[in-house]
Design a protein around this ligand. Structure first.
Ligand code: HEM
Ligand SMILES: [Cu+2]
Length: 550
């Protein structure tokens, strides 16, 4: 069991994550009803206000706090408990992040920041919103440096040894996060803050968006890598086997770092101010990420098959039946992975220059990220929740709650299947994302959005309602595991923190050489971004003044 003070730190992070989850999913529920015209928001609430809250609270706040809880607990578990300096930095990080979150949320709720979580200029929020976001990021840096410091101290004490796989992957994730944030910090500090507080009149829109997406794409890998950690390191232990290949796991994380950065323009394919050469280059680099993704898929299914065959499964697919389907920690992970198959395929479509023209800014994109971050990532975090909270609180995970957890996972899957299928199809028919109800005066194409069985805003609302029910079930389970479930009497009955054995005897030493990998990552970033960004600054268009459209 890890030290009490480290447990407390992790639990606070989880607690804040789930508060954001409650408000965020409630906004999601409102959105699906507004969009099919069955709900009119009261005067003081604006559609863009709740959509901003939804995006910020779920995609940024819920994910970040949960991820740090997982990494904190795992680092303490695999490398030993934190020293006083690491603890201090991590607590400063937690409170700074929390204060930043509160500032940003208050600004959204008071209607001064309905600029969505991508906060595109020239939409202009209150300066306090951007300041809140900046504090949020600075806070996460404190926590990140605390954990990296813990890692370095361990390396010094264990010279020449491979770090445990969990710690290695944590380091990769944190390096990715720190390098990614440089872009958003640059635009917030040098562009948005002076502009929003009135020191400058105009803003270079193209530059701000490019710096945002320099951050926005690796952001999705900041969500995914911790989920992959649960897949690579936790899942094999749950199904009673070892990590399939230690070096494959490490190498795939390295590839994710390399190909997460030089690709942000794939979100800006419709922007006129970027030369198509740079778009082409970044799209090609985007496709490179398919390699580590398929490596991951391969090792997952290899792990399933090895475990199933060890338990006596025979034939081509007999091993599938031997997997522990009744264990909700496993079934949730498996469903999460299944959703990632169409999710990943959709990503290839979005990143393809020509197909992007068809789906850009339609509901298709919303369908896409709900079956990537909204299910594979979120459901993996649910799976982790089911063992991490009882592990940290020293409570049981009683049978009746396990049953509820199965229902929760099942309803999330059904709700998401309905909602995201409807969104994908509606998007193909042309329904825009980020709009409240729009019937376009009964225009024929718009009418189609309300007539199909699956391609229908009502189907989307039914899915969204089931999802919200599932979310509340989860919150009930979380509250029970935090405060109510009976404490275990004997430490040996404590819920386990599953970490699978990983054989490093064939792992290459250079995989631990972070200098090389960060160096190559920086070289790729310079290659993909230096000239176009220089051009945007040198040949800047006239800046835009701010717009407050709500
Ligand atoms: C109760 C569950 C949920 C429901 C009903 C729901 C519903 C929706 C809907 C209808 C939209 C699109 C609105 C529009 O474009 O007009 C949306 C956007 C979005 N959702 Fe969800 N969602 C849920 C859960 C989640 C989760 C768990 C995440 C991520 C962890 C997430 C992340 C997002 C993001 C990033 C956007 C885009 C916001 C923007 O365009 O600025 N959602 N959601
Ligand atoms: Cu991207």
């Amino acid at each position: 069991m890890i030290a009490v003070k480290d447990r407390k730190l992790a639990l606070w992070n989880i607690g804040i994550a789930y508060i954001a989850f409650i408000i965020g999913t409630f906004c999601g529920l409102l959105q699906v009803f507004v969009r099919n015209d069955s709900l009119q928001l009261p005067k003081f609430l604006d559609y863009y206000q709740i959509l901003t809250a939804h995006g910020v609270l779920l995609a940024l706040i819920f994910t970040a706090f949960f991820i740090f809880a997982f990494l904190i607990a795992g680092m303490s578990k695999t490398l030993g408990s934190f020293g006083p300096k690491v603890s201090l930095f991590a607590w400063i990080g937690l409170w700074t992040t929390a204060i930043g979150t509160t500032m940003a949320t208050v600004m959204i709720i008071s209607g001064k920041a309905s600029v969505l979580y991508t906060f595109y200029a020239p939409l202009k929020a209150s300066g306090w919103y951007y300041l809140g976001l900046a504090l949020f990021i600075i806070g996460t840096w404190f926590t990140s440096f605390a954990l990296l410091g813990h890692f370095v101290a361990w390396k010094k004490k264990n010279k020449g040894q491979f770090s445990p796989l969990f710690a290695y992957m944590t380091t990769a994730t944190l390096l990715l996060w720190i390098i990614a944030c440089l872009g958003v910090v640059a635009t917030v500090v040098f562009q948005y803050l002076p502009w929003a507080f009135g020191l400058t009149d105009t803003i270079n829109v193209e530059l701000s968006r490019s710096l945002f997406w320099y951050f926005g794409h690796p952001l999705v890998y900041f969500w995914l890598l911790p989920a992959y950690m649960a897949w690579y390191v936790v899942m094999p232990k749950i199904i009673g086997t070892k990590v399939f290949s230690d070096s494959l796991a490490r190498f795939s994380f390295i590839l994710f770092i390399l190909f997460s950065f030089p690709v942000g323009f794939h979100h800006q394919l419709t922007e006129p101010g970027i030369d198509s050469f740079w778009k082409f280059l970044q799209v090609v680099l985007t496709f490179m990420v398919i390699i580590p993704t398929l490596m991951t898929a391969f090792s997952m299914f290899a792990t399933f098959e090895i475990s199933g065959r060890n338990k006596g499964g025979t034939g081509l697919f007999g091993w599938l039946r031997k997997l522990p389907w009744k264990d909700v920690r496993f079934s949730s992970l498996f469903i999460a992975m299944l959703f990632f198959i169409p999710g990943g395929a959709g990503g290839i479509i979005n990143a393809s220059f020509q197909l992007n023209e068809l789906v850009h800014n339609t509901l298709w994109v919303v369908g896409h990220f709900h079956i990537t971050v909204g299910t594979p990532v979120a459901m993996t975090f649910m799976s982790v929740t089911f063992w991490l909270i009882p592990y940290l609180t020293g409570r049981e995970f009683p049978k009746h709650l396990q049953k509820l957890a199965h229902i929760q996972i099942g309803t999330w899957a059904i709700g998401m299947l309905l909602m995201s299928t409807a969104q994908h199809l509606l998007g193909l028919l042309g329904a825009p994302r980020r709009t409240a109800y729009a019937g376009y005066n009964g225009n024929e194409s718009a009418a189609e959005w309300f007539q199909g069985i699956l391609s229908n805003h009502v189907t989307m609302a039914i899915g969204g309602t089931i999802l919200f029910f599932s979310a509340m079930l989860l919150v009930y389970i979380v509250a029970n595991l935090m405060f109510v479930a009976p404490k275990v009497q004997d430490e040996k009955d404590l819920v386990e923190f599953p970490i699978a054995e990983s054989d490093t005897s064939h792992t290459a030493k250079f995989l631990e050489n972070w200098g090389i990998w960060v160096g190559i990552a920086v070289a790729l970033i310079v290659m993909a971004y230096a000239l176009p960004l220089y051009d945007m600054i040198q040949n800047a268009p006239p800046g835009s003044r701010g717009f407050i459209t709500w």
